[in-house]
Design a protein around this ligand. Structure first.
Ligand SMILES: Nc1ncnc2c1ncn2[C@@H]1O[C@H](COP(=O)(O)OP(=O)(O)OP(=O)(O)O)[C@@H](O)[C@H]1O
Length: 258
């Protein structure tokens, strides 16, 4: 095992009387591709929302690169190196594909605001670098030919890809993907999974992936965490998860674990 990147200890959140997530422990090591699965309403997205600062946990702690990040605002969490995508695609629909990626890159640009207002040389350097980087990203995602298209006009599968490209443009160490293949056909899903495996290697990323399609998760992830009713009921390799009686029971009536 390599370095511990994310350490989640006894994480929990309560909405009124509902304990949406409780006592969750999770460790992600650098370079891993990990699945987070569970039936509807299990608490997967809520966990993502806590990891990214959207919700402040009621209990427990989140440590990222040896620094406590629980309770930080979302933009701070992004600056620390965690990016995400959303279950329902969130793009700037009225901006072009290139602009969508540039906006993400811009939020972390190192040149000062005054330099950019005055259009000082450092700014130009920064801008050119940014456009080059953004185009390079788009190419990896097969989106370069769409660069001047409005995001809203992209085919659905391409919008999903753009969302991942945008998350990656913020230069994260940890990428959280919330059902990246939702709504995709089998061919698009297959290509997306290949792409995810590729970017993990290419950018030396750690990836945590929520996915409903069991076969897909089993095919790509090295380890899997399983949530049910807000609690972790299992973690292990795909083989271990596949044959875990608690997991099978949790999924009964939901999906078939093949
Ligand atoms: N802001 C909120 N206020 C109240 N309850 C919430 C809130 N956010 C989530 N919940 C509840 O927390 C529970 C877990 O929801 P969550 O969306 O995390 O599940 P999930 O595992 O992502 O489900 P799905 O697979 O259907 O997306 C649900 O009962 C949900 O209704």
């Amino acid at each position: 095992m390599t370095n511990l990147l994310l350490n989640v200890e006894q994480l929990g959140i309560q909405f009124g009387g509902l304990k949406a997530v409780q006592n969750v422990d999770m460790q992600l090591f650098e370079g891993e591709l990990i699945g987070l699965i569970g039936p509807n309403g299990a608490g997967k997205t809520t966990t993502f929302n806590m990891l990214t600062g959207v919700y402040a946990p009621t209990t427990g702690s989140i440590t990222f690169q040896n620094e406590k990040i629980s309770g930080l605002d979302p933009y701070k969490v992004t600056q620390k190196g965690i990016s995400r995508t959303f279950q329902n695609i969130r793009l700037f629909k009225e901006l072009t594909v290139l602009e969508n990626v540039e906006v993400a890159n811009h939020s972390l640009a190192t040149h000062g605001i005054i330099a950019s207002i005055l259009r000082l040389p450092s700014f130009f350097k920064g801008e050119q670098k940014m456009e080059d980087e953004s185009l390079a990203f788009l190419k990896i995602f097969g989106l370069d030919t769409y660069k001047d298209e409005f995001a809203k006009n992209l085919p659905y599968g391409m919008q999903r890809r753009l969302e991942i490209a945008r998350a990656l443009a913020a230069n994260p160490r940890l990428l959280l993907l919330d059902e990246p293949a939702a709504g995709m056909n089998p061919q698009e899903t297959h290509e997306l999974m290949e792409l995810i495996a590729f970017i993990r290697k290419e950018f030396n990323l750690t990836i945590l992936l929520i996915e409903h399609d069991m076969n897909l998760v089993m095919g790509i992830c090295e380890r899997i965490y399983v949530l049910d009713h807000g609690q972790l009921i299992a973690d292990g390799t795909p083989e271990e998860i596949r044959s875990n009686p608690k997991v099978i029971e949790a999924y009964l009536g939901e999906e078939v674990v093949e």
